[in-house]
Design a protein around this ligand. Structure first.
Ligand SMILES: NC(=O)c1ccc[n+]([C@@H]2O[C@H](COP(=O)([O-])OP(=O)(O)OC[C@H]3O[C@@H](n4cnc5c(N)ncnc54)[C@H](OP(=O)(O)O)[C@@H]3O)[C@@H](O)[C@H]2O)c1
Length: 334
């Protein structure tokens, strides 16, 4: 099958591309001039340099393509993040869907995010149907997490609108993904930091983790077996950050964290970020109050639907951390 992948130069995309090649698909990747090529080096893929805002180039790239894996995405907490996330997640997705429809593509998978899925405590984790109680309280009324949520949610609604027109769209919502090829690094940042040094404190919250290979498998299974318009949360094990960091410590030989990050310290950092970003919005962008708060809260979710309906594999988190650590070491990050 001939497929097109966006976001193939990034962490999850690199894993998806490898799974597609392993089963014999003919893979083309949409890349930018500026895209790092490390994740695709030595692979039998066709690189198509085109922008998500160039409808003609997209149409050409989609010639003969049966399925699109649309993973291109960005989380940018700086002031330009709002426009960027809107351009990539919403405008880019719309342009890609229009071009896919015109080119007669059968299926398009949107890689959204667990940020659009409600959460719960460990004994009652959220799933694809769990509503948010108060979005302003969880992500803020205006700020990077809110922009990320709103543009990802808009993209989900947008792709569903193409189903009656003949393009079968399916949505996956990855949670906290760990594994090889995290070149930026995104979700592997904590693993990488702990490879390098002792981190004494741990955030009080928790998340749902999944292996990057399982996440990639989930993308392929969603295209093969997913129901059009359905959302599939991609996540496996729920862990407190403390447990996650204990696993990283075991794998890296580092000392585990000893102290919970005091709530007041997180709030103070958020306050400092808010004040600092008035002076230098780019420098203090990472210290967003709601990003810090999200780490202090138990935000558990269940990937049971994808496991049950699609057959997504369930690799233990310790194995995923081992893969991430090995990859960082092999590629000179440590
Ligand atoms: N990592 C996670 O735990 C996680 C969790 C939930 C959802 N996700 C979603 O998964 C997808 C992949 O994320 P990732 O973790 O693999 O991140 P990543 O390593 O940062 O990769 C992002 C990919 O998107 C591409 N991209 C960014 N802006 C673009 C633009 N304006 N035009 C075209 N392509 C653009 C990047 O291309 P360049 O190489 O050219 O920059 C890269 O290939 C994203 O949609 C993200 O929201 C990730």
């Amino acid at each position: 099958m001939k497929v097109l992948v966006t976001g193939g130069t990034g962490f999850i995309g690199a894993n998806v591309v490898r799974h597609l090649l392993a089963r014999g698909d003919e893979v083309a990747c949409l890349v930018r001039d500026s895209s790092p090529r490390l994740c695709l080096e030595g692979l039998d893929v066709t690189l198509v340099t085109a922008s998500l805002s160039d409808p003609e180039a997209l149409k050409r790239a989609l010639d003969g393509v049966e399925a699109v894996y649309h993973l291109a995405g960005v989380f940018d907490p700086s002031p330009r993040g709002r426009a960027l996330m809107q351009a990539v997640h919403v405008d880019g997705t719309r342009a890609l869907c229009d071009a896919a429809l015109a080119a007669g593509v059968r299926r398009l998978l949107l890689c959204s995010s667990s940020v659009t899925v409600g959460f719960g405590p460990r004994h009652d984790p959220g799933d694809e149907e769990t509503p948010f109680r108060d979005l302003d309280e969880i992500y803020g009324s205006d700020g990077p997490l809110r922009w990320y949520h709103d543009t990802k949610r808009a993209a989900e609604a947008l792709v569903c609108g193409y189903i009656p027109r003949g393009l079968e769209t399916v949505i996956v919502c990855p949670d906290y993904i760990i594994g090889a090829w995290d070149i930026k690094p995104t979700s592997g940042a904590l693993v990488l930091t702990m490879c390098k040094r002792f981190v004494p404190v741990y955030p009080r919250g928790g998340k749902c983790f999944q292996d990057a290979d399982d996440c990639a498998a989930g993308h392929l299974l969603a295209v093969d077996r997913g129901a059009p318009g359905r959302r599939y949360l991609l996540g496996n094990e729920n862990h407190a950050y403390r447990e996650f960091m204990d696993i990283i410590a075991r794998v890296t030989g580092q000392r585990p964290p000893v102290l919970p990050l005091p709530r007041a310290a997180a709030e103070l950092a958020g306050f400092a970020g808010a004040v600092g970003s008035r002076v230098d919005p780019h420098r203090f962008a990472g210290l967003d109050r709601y990003v810090l708060r999200s780490m202090a809260q138990a935000r558990y979710r269940s990937g049971a639907r994808a496991i049950r309906e699609l057959g997504v594999p369930q690799t233990p988190l310790e194995v995923s951390v081992e893969k991430a650590v090995r990859w960082f070491r092999d590629h000179g990050y440590v």
